[in-house]
Design a protein around this ligand. Sequence first.
Ligand SMILES: C[S@@+](CC[C@H](N)C(=O)[O-])C[C@H]1O[C@@H](n2cnc3c(N)ncnc32)[C@H](O)[C@@H]1O
Ligand SMILES: Nc1nc2[nH]cc(C(=O)O)c2c(=O)[nH]1
Ligand code: SF4
Ligand SMILES: [Mg+2]
Length: 244
Amino acid sequence: MTSFEQRIKVSEIFGPTIQGEGVVIGRPTVFVRTGGCDYRCVWCDSLHAVDNDYRQNWKPMHAREILDQVKSLTGNKPIMITLSGGNPAIQPFEELLALGKVEGFTFAMETQGSVCKPWFGDLDVLVLSPKPPSSEMVFDARQLAACVKAGETAGNTVLKFVVFDDLDLEFAQEVAASHPHLPIYLQPGNHTPPPAEDENAQIDLEGINQRMLWLIDKVNQTHWYTATVLPQLHVMLWGNQRGV
Ligand SMILES: C[S@@+](CC[C@H](N)C(=O)[O-])C[C@H]1O[C@@H](n2cnc3c(N)ncnc32)[C@H](O)[C@@H]1O
Ligand SMILES: Nc1nc2[nH]cc(C(=O)O)c2c(=O)[nH]1
Ligand code: SF4
Ligand SMILES: [Mg+2]
């Protein structure tokens, strides 16, 4: 099958909103969220793009269709497109990257670093988010290193860690030590992600604030002065709502 016949499984396309996390926090962006993930983190906040129960809602789309939908959301103006999921790394994105770049779009991607593809090198921003012990997933250091390598020609590659507790922080410090050239972003875990069917589930803002303060204390106590600590801004603003 040629790449022109390949289709991308899309759970949702939404925006423009702002990137709420990490290195490009605050930047206007449209999200293309793909369906399907090789992981199932216990605290995943996007189960509607992970759980097989939702796969009937994942639409196979051609790159051109996706770009046209993004353009209808931005009034045809180029914007940063953020690929997320699920795990967007398992989708065939070569053609979307090529088509979008010609029209001035830039591309960021959020992935856990479990699957790598040659097209990672065509991204403007590659966010690798290895999953800490609290996720109950098994970390594969070699796969992460392969993803970093695949992204060597990307504009910017960073590591972003979700931290719920001391063990997660230790994990982040160990992984970061293996990749000393990569910028580090830390975000407190949202301990009240919604069940996939209930995006209006209440958020415990006070609890998130407390974890944020705890994380800042920890980073400073351990003299981890090269790490950047950020909340999930979209969660602070809009709670667990989908499509923002
Ligand atoms: C839903 S994931 C999709 C992309 C990819 N599968 C990944 O995990 O990087 C997007 C980002 O949300 C983060 N995330 C998911 N659930 C979270 C939670 N309950 N609290 C904080 N961050 C969370 C992930 O760690 C990742 O950085
Ligand atoms: N505004 C906003 N920022 C985000 N950053 C990462 C997100 C994701 O779910 O991948 C996300 C999201 O869903 N919304
Ligand atoms: S890797 Fe990402 S999308 Fe997959 S289950 Fe974990 S947080 Fe959710
Ligand atoms: Mg999210």
